[in-house]
Write a protein that binds this ligand. Structure first.
Ligand code: AMP
Ligand code: MG
Length: 393
């Protein structure tokens, strides 16, 4: 039975689960990993009432008016005195508010004459500083398990002094290419042969998804060879196969997986490229049979299989980031399939131009494009100027 694109993705998100254990890494190794513990703040943030401006700490009730400047406080210092009625302390961004003050007047809104400043406007108490604990309270969770650690997550880990973090292990992902016509990419192909570009592209995609790619040998289009490569591939945590899933006489991947006792969740998805996409589980391991055309392999991995690798390493919400851009030329297609067409997204992300590509095996076009149009299966035409969904490459 053929699933729609959304059904296929939903199925993967449902059937694929966390399969990896955890390990502890230092903060400088944490980027790109998925957090496996909840992180709590070690103290209030900000830890003291912190000025958000360069200016003067005041009592709001004194304004407008003329105030006496009784001192200065810079970031990294503490003002030991207390502001009384009619007084102000010069303050810098990031400095703690002096006792007695309840607002900061920006320096631009003051006029200074010796040790006095005059301020023409009034101000509300609480303006231009962050009260202690307003961002997060001590002991409160700042990060939960299941998030990918990027630069901002590293920043909060550093802020709260969490220098070693528990993360999920990265899944080892076996990559098996199939086909009698395929030669390793460092070999010289005969005129009727093709270099194994899918192993190369998949390895990059797996790595980008947080997995550890393991490129295995090429399975030839016969039972013994396909069986041997699958057997070896099942040593890894997940298995990706490319090619051999169409309806041809020598497309043996599904048959051989069935001999291994595989459970198939789907073996056809209404997308192009990539219709004969196979997803299942065998010996407790998730596998995908990705169609072998390079465009099919790339698109089915990116939009559907990637989520399983992300879930295996504990990522709670594997993202599929689609944006919208304005078409520069009309698009027509035959309804029924969600189509991914190579395209050029303008540098400002505003407009998208379909590219001429010669089928899903056109690796040169896949290398030249920077995005894909995502064409809705229910609609036949889009006019120039309309918004359309875009998958960034
Ligand atoms: P298949 O899915 O096995 O029917 O293959 C479809 C097309 O993709 C054929 O033209 C193959 O030559 C090509 N193809 C299959 N596997 C690979 C691969 N590993 N690298 C590059 N092209 C491939
Ligand atoms: Mg083949």
């Amino acid at each position: 039975m053929a699933l729609t694109f959304d059904e296929a993705r939903t199925c993967v998100l449902r059937e694929a689960g966390v399969s990896m254990g955890t390990e502890t890494v230092s903060l400088d190794e944490a980027a790109g990993r998925v957090l496996a513990e909840e992180i709590a703040a070690d103290r209030d943030y900000p830890p003291f009432p912190r000025s958000a401006r360069d200016g003067f700490a005041v009592r709001a009730a004194d304004l407008p008016g003329e105030l006496r400047v009784i001192g200065e406080v810079r970031a990294g210092e503490v003002f030991t005195g207390r502001i009384a009625a009619g007084e102000a302390v010069e303050i810098m961004t990031g400095a703690p508010m002096p006792d007695g003050s309840d607002a900061v007047v920006m320096v631009e809104h003051t006029e200074r004459h010796g040790d006095r400043i005059s301020i023409q406007r009034s101000i509300a108490a609480g303006e231009n500083f962050s009260p202690r604990g307003i961002e997060t309270g001590g002991g409160d969770a700042v990060l939960g398990a299941g998030v990918r650690i990027g630069h901002a997550e590293v920043a909060i880990l550093a802020t709260v002094g969490h220098t070693r973090v528990v993360v999920y292990q990265r899944p080892r992902v076996a990559i098996v290419s199939t086909g009698d016509e395929i030669v390793e990419f460092d070999q010289h192909p005969a005129p009727h042969q093709i270099r194994n570009s899918n192993a190369a592209s998949l390895a990059v995609q797996v790595q980008r998804a947080g997995g550890l790619p393991e490129i295995l040998g090429i399975a030839r289009d016969n039972h013994e060879s396909t069986r041997a490569q699958i057997r070896q591939g099942l040593e890894a945590d997940l298995l990706l196969l490319s090619g051999g899933v169409s309806a041809g006489k020598y497309d043996l991947v599904e048959k051989v997986l069935a001999e291994f006792g595989a459970q198939f969740f789907f073996d056809r998805v209404k997308i192009q490229p990539g219709q004969p996409l196979v997803f299942g589980k065998v010996e407790g391991k998730i596998f995908f049979g990705l169609p072998g055309n390079p465009g099919s392999t790339m698109i089915t991995f990116e939009t559907i299989a990637r989520a399983a690798i992300e879930k295996a390493q504990g990522l709670r919400h594997p993202p599929l980031l689609l944006m919208r851009a304005r078409l520069t030329s009309p698009v027509r297609h035959k309804t029924g399939l969600t189509r991914f067409l190579p395209a050029i997204l303008s540098p400002d992300g505003a407009t998208i131009t379909p590219m001429v590509a010669h089928g899903s095996g056109d690796v040169a076009a896949l290398a030249r494009c920077n995005a894909f149009l995502v064409i809705d299966p229910d609609r036949e035409e889009w006019a120039a100027g309309e918004d359309i969904r875009v998958l960034v490459k």
